[in-house]
Design a protein around this ligand. Structure first.
Ligand code: GTP
Ligand code: MG
Length: 177
């Protein structure tokens, strides 16, 4: 059997954008309508097979509440991959995502793989032109990703849309151990 590649991955983003929900979907294929805010950080692992490669994600799910902001460097310092998450219905969360990308570029490992993730896609998929729930356009996300060299996905932790794809795309960017 092929050796397992361990990948340290951190999730960053404003409070309530759905970081823990994305992890819960990826690890347990579940969703909770009223998920409690993360305190400090949570650690989970999940294995993923991509073709003939086995990857073990070691996931640090950080707390987005401002009072925990000073803890983040501990979790991203050694990370090989990061998910920077925003909520497609919350412009302020996209502003925060930009800040996280900048901080990672300045402070994290030079070769970190970053995925920009616009979550809660389920809330905007039935948008009509009179009444737009979406507040961050796909183009805004894609432009930031292009400028900064990030992977980019819109996801829904609620329906599962694109969630596994994020982790597969990251895995494909990580060199073999
Ligand atoms: P912190 O731990 O405080 O940083 O928040 P978080 O980013 O981990 O958010 P969390 O996963 O706790 O989700 C916050 C709320 O949004 C919860 O009520 C979730 O059920 C809801 N939620 C998360 N993802 C989605 C999604 O894709 N769609 C919808 N409609 N709601 C979501
Ligand atoms: Mg959380």
């Amino acid at each position: 059997p092929n050796p397992v590649t361990s990948v340290k991955l951190v999730l960053l983003g404003e409070a309530a954008v759905g970081k823990s929900s994305l992890v819960l979907r990826f690890v347990s294929n579940e969703f909770q309508e009223n998920k409690e805010p993360t305190i400090g950080a949570a650690f989970l692992t999940q294995k993923l097979t991509i073709g003939d490669r086995a990857i073990k994600y070691e996931i640090w799910d950080t707390a987005g509440q401002e009072r925990f902001a000073s803890l983040a460097p501990m979790y991203y310092r050694n990370a090989q991959a990061a998910l920077v998450v925003y909520d497609v219905t919350k412009p302020a969360s996209f502003v925060k995502a930009r800040q996280w990308v900048k901080e990672l570029r300045e402070q994290a490992s030079k070769d970190i793989t970053i995925a920009l993730v616009g979550n809660k896609y389920d809330l905007v998929e039935d948008d009509n032109e009179e009444d737009l729930v979406r507040k961050v356009n796909v183009e805004e996300g894609q432009n930031l990703a292009d400028e900064e060299g990030l992977l980019f996905f819109e996801t829904s932790a609620k329906t599962g849309y694109n969630v596994k794809d994020v982790f597969v795309a990251i895995g494909n960017k990580i060199p073999e151990a």
